[in-house]
Design a protein around this ligand. Structure first.
Ligand code: TXA
Ligand code: MG
Length: 339
């Protein structure tokens, strides 16, 4: 299959919408990461997503909508869902609610619940509107690779596997949406993202964070969100996270880097770069929000340069820092060193 790569003009979006109506899979930008979209109501279209991504069939997809009214046919809405939608939609928040029959089993990997999100990116919204369909879309990376935050990343992973990629530039947030389950008594964050647990608690009065967010699942433990049990976001190099006082972290990373002969990449905050001298660094920016924006590109850069090791500074697990650390910890296979 030849993959068309088009700037996301009106014309290109119209073409993409036709492909979606036709049961095909399209790469498109959202404000979080690029998605791999298809008609969420078509069994065969959704299967084509799993095939293109080589995604395990037991990992369910998020259904994307453009208007709040499009939610009711898909799931049982409750009051908390309404309040969260009011506060954060369109935007980087995905809600888990009991599914309705119209959603094919293949979308939810057989679960009774469905994940729904209303993205804010204008291209994503136009694509959903013009196709007239809810769009099932996982991140547009091949399974196990870092999520794509540029159309070029989608091309790297999907060339020859899908008919079209819409280029809408760099994604704003840079990490995937916050996934919050509204199935239990208390709203529970299963995957942290741009909408923080603090922000959700401010709207609902309370919110929990699943403890598997910052630790590996134990042998045989059921994952609250199936995505958590799969290896994720991994660069090909071995990655280690270092937490502690910044001078101590930098000194330790420099030592490891030098002992390994330098075939390595250091991920560091802008203010800390001078601590690493002329060693090869990737600038994660001045704060956690910019680290979220740059992290996946950093991991892909490590792959491109074929480094053997990635050494990264840790971030405080507060605000969007929790999402950054959740992704970093998984990329590092939970190899976290306290300095
Ligand atoms: O920002 C995003 O959410 C991006 C863009 C494209 O919208 N999409 C995305 O999809 O990250 P994906 O498939 O890479 O991640 C979906 C996550 C997975 O961890 C999956 O296990 C979880 O949502 N999920 C989906 N349905 C679920 C359900 N019914 N119950 C629990 N977790 C669910
Ligand atoms: Mg993903």
């Amino acid at each position: 299959m030849r993959t068309q790569y088009l700037a996301a003009t009106q014309e290109a979006i119209a073409h993409a919408a036709k492909l979606i109506q036709d049961g095909q899979v399209v790469g498109f930008p959202t404000e979080t990461v690029y998605g791999l979209g298809a008609n969420a109501l078509s069994d065969s279209a959704v299967r084509a997503i799993f095939a293109a991504k080589e995604r395990p069939a037991d990992n369910p997809l998020i259904v994307h909508i453009a208007e709040f009214e499009e939610m009711a046919p898909l799931c049982e809405i409750n009051d908390r869902a309404r309040r969260l939608a009011d506060a954060f939609w369109p935007g980087p928040l995905t809600m888990i609610l009991p599914k309705k029959a119209i959603v094919p089993q293949v979308v939810t990997a057989g679960l009774d619940s469905v994940a729904v999100r209303m993205p804010s990116h204008p291209v994503a919204r136009a694509l959903i509107r013009q196709s007239g369909l809810p769009i099932a879309a996982p991140s547009a990376n091949r399974s196990g690779r870092p999520s794509p935050t540029l159309a070029q990343h989608v091309l790297e992973d999907m060339d020859g596997r899908i008919p079209l990629i819409l280029d809408g530039g760099a994604c704003d947030v840079g990490v995937e949406s916050t996934v919050v389950s509204l199935l239990g008594e208390v709203a529970t964050v299963l995957r942290p993202g741009g909408i923080t647990p603090e922000m959700i608690a401010a709207v609902l009065g309370q919110a929990m964070v699943a403890d598997s967010v910052m630790r590996p699942l134990k042998e045989g433990e059921a994952a609250p969100s199936p995505g958590m049990k799969h290896k994720h976001y991994a660069p090909r190099a071995h990655m280690t996270l270092y937490e502690g006082k910044r001078e101590h972290v930098a000194a330790r990373i420099c030592r490891e880097y030098d002992e390994n002969g330098g075939h390595a990449l250091i991920l560091a905050g802008t203010g800390n770069l001078p601590l690493y001298g002329s060693r090869c660094c990737y600038d994660l920016g001045p704060d956690a929000a910019s680290a979220a924006h740059r992290l996946f590109a950093a991991l892909r850069t490590a792959d491109e340069r074929q480094v053997l090791r990635v050494y990264s500074e840790a971030f405080p697990e507060e605000g969007v820092g929790l999402a950054v650390m959740n992704r970093m910890a998984r990329a590092a296979g939970f190899d976290i060193v306290r300095v």
